[in-house]
Design a binder for this molecule. Structure first.
Ligand code: ADP
Length: 547
């Protein structure tokens, strides 16, 4: 027999489900990557758009804090002598006041600002100077910065706490002067720390007659101010940072650096936009990924379960088809043998040359084979009718014990042929049933019992009633080979015949027991088997008793 080609359908189905799934997984992974990249790109793009805007705002803000101080020589350089010098001795307080207000008073021959000298003289002359209005004294304090000289600290000291803000500006002025000594070209100068972001820095612009500067304190204020203004411009999760850089920023240093822009105030100052909460960005991406993976896993689970279900159904269908073909083969075989022997015997009888005993025997055999054929055909037709729901049940009150006795009589010749004793223990009882169908069920059970039993053994039928459950039990017992436990649940399936078809010794089609089950269930009863290999079998029919 040629080897059967393995069916390609399950393989095709598996591929049809698994390949799209694989594609789905690949697409999901690619999609996740693309989304992650898009999220970063979006932040980077926003940062790049925002950086120059914030840098401009910052430059404008910083310009407001720029200080301008006239240059002065230390030690003082002699100034041009003037008539004003004579007034400085304090003889004319009104003229002294005029010098204080005179912006062009210039420096004395000793190189000191005449306005400051005049103020000091006025303080000296006026013991109630401390009582002059606060606004006036603050104006005087500003002179220390507007006309800087070695006298500035002295003047600020004399004014005491009133000059606090002017004092700190004077400190910044002296710091800027010190820085200018080291960096005469000016520009953005960092000091204090080598770590970018932590360094303090100043901005200095040096002119022949004055210096302009921005102190780091003012820069810090400007940054705070700008961070409020820049809120609308700043990308989500980002913060800004000012850095002083000689060259272009090195982005490789900080992976969280999203964008940079030069601050248009002097050279070398850059604004950096940094991703502040990297976690917040990755968290939302991770959440999206978890959802996507969850969806893919669910889709895979559903598809694989579906595939498993389809493959199992296919397998079951194929098995059923095999069993059906087997059934057709068995039925043909079962029909061919009796039909052939009936024809032969009928031909011989027709010729009329047979001895009377032989002719009698042929008649008996023809009757037996005919009965077998009618049982077989009856089984097949009833099976088909029940399967298609066309069977009409003729329920009528019947004496069940009498029905069993009749059936035993029908089966007697078959048992006798095999030298099998047919005995019965029957309680008399009556119930409603389809006589033909129940007899057909009994014939099948008895036929099996006789067929599978060895010659000389016994087959017993018992009928009893169980009052509590309002049922009756028909037990068909034999001393045959018995049925293994694993087969017991399957023998009631249609077309099922255990073992290898080629090595099977007994004839049959595999529908007998399934027909018995259908008939009994149509009567709202049940069928079961108690058996052990080597110890015979007992088939039990339970039928409800009608009141
Ligand atoms: P068939 O007898 O035509 O094969 P059945 O549906 O009547 O089909 O029985 C199914 C199978 O159950 C049989 O092939 C046989 O293996 C097993 N069987 C049924 N009755 C008996 C019995 N009395 N003793 C042992 N095996 C039995």
């Amino acid at each position: 027999m040629p080897a059967r080609k393995p069916d390609a359908l399950p393989l095709r189905l598996t591929l049809a489900v698994l390949l799209p799934l694989l594609l789905l997984v690949v697409l999901a992974v690619q999609g996740m990557r693309a989304r992650t990249k898009a999220a970063w790109d979006e932040i980077e793009e926003e940062a790049k758009r925002a950086a120059p805007l914030i840098a401009d705002l910052l430059a404008k803000e910083l310009t407001q804090y720029v200080n301008e101080v006239p240059r002065f020589a230390d030690p003082p350089a002699p100034g041009e002598p003037s008539s004003l010098d004579a007034i400085l001795d304090g003889s004319d307080p009104v003229a002294l006041n005029e010098i204080v207000r005179n912006r062009d008073a210039g420096n004395s021959p000793a190189g000191l600002p005449r306005r400051v000298l005049a103020v000091l003289r006025l303080i000296e002359l006026n013991p109630d100077f401390a009582k002059t209005p606060e606004g006036e004294r603050t104006e005087v304090a500003k002179l220390a910065i507007q006309c800087p000289s070695v006298l500035s600290p002295l003047l600020l000291d004399k004014l005491g706490s009133l000059a606090d803000s002017a004092k700190s500006t004077w400190e910044e002025t002296t710091t800027s002067l010190r820085l200018l000594e080291k960096h005469p070209q000016g520009g953005w100068i960092s000091y204090g720390s080598a770590v970018p972001g932590e360094a303090h820095f100043w901005w200095l612009e040096s002119h022949p007659d004055r210096i302009r500067f921005l102190a780091d304190r003012d820069i810090a204020w400007a940054e705070i101010e700008i961070s409020k203004q820049a809120l609308g411009h700043k990308p989500r999760n980002c913060s800004t940072r000012l850095t002083l850089r000689e060259a272009e920023p090195r982005s490789a240093e900080a992976p969280e650096l999203m964008a940079t822009a030069p601050v248009p105030l002097g050279q070398g100052l850059h604004l950096e936009v940094i991703l502040g909460d990297r976690e917040a960005v990755t968290r939302s991406i991770r959440q999206q990924e978890a959802w996507t993976l969850g969806f893919v896993a669910l889709a895979s689970l559903v598809s694989i379960s579906g595939l498993w279900f389809i493959l199992a159904t296919l397998k079951r269908e194929r098995k059923l088809n095999e069993m059906k073909s087997q059934f057709v083969a068995s039925v043909s075989h079962e029909l061919r043998a009796p039909v052939a022997s009936i024809r032969l015997m009928a031909d011989a009888l027709e010729e009329g040359k047979l001895a009377p005993e032989t002719a009698k025997e042929f008649h008996r055999l023809i009757a037996r084979e005919g009965a077998r054929l009618s049982t077989l055909v009856g089984n097949v037709l009833d099976h088909a009718r029940i399967e298609q729901g066309r069977k009409v049940w003729k329920m009528e009150p019947t004496d069940l014990s009498a029905l069993i006795t009749d059936t035993l009589q029908v089966m007697q010749p078959l048992a006798a042929e095999k030298k099998i004793s047919l005995t019965s223990r029957l309680e008399t009882l009556e119930t409603t049933l389809d006589v033909g169908a129940i007899q057909q069920a009994l014939v099948n059970l008895l036929d099996n019992a006789i067929k599978f039993s060895a010659a000389g053994s016994a087959v017993t039928v018992e009928l009893s009633k169980s009052d509590e459950r309002r049922t009756c039990e028909i037990r068909v017992k034999d001393e045959g080979p018995g049925i293994p436990k694993v087969e017991q649940s399957r023998i009631f399936e249609r077309f099922y015949r255990p073992g290898d078809e080629l090595r099977r010794e007994t004839q049959g089609t595999g529908i007998g027991l399934s027909l018995v089950k259908s008939i009994v269930e149509a009567h709202h009863g049940s069928v079961s088997v108690e058996s052990e290999p080597g110890k015979g079998s007992c088939f039990i029919l339970r039928l409800p008793l009608t009141p």
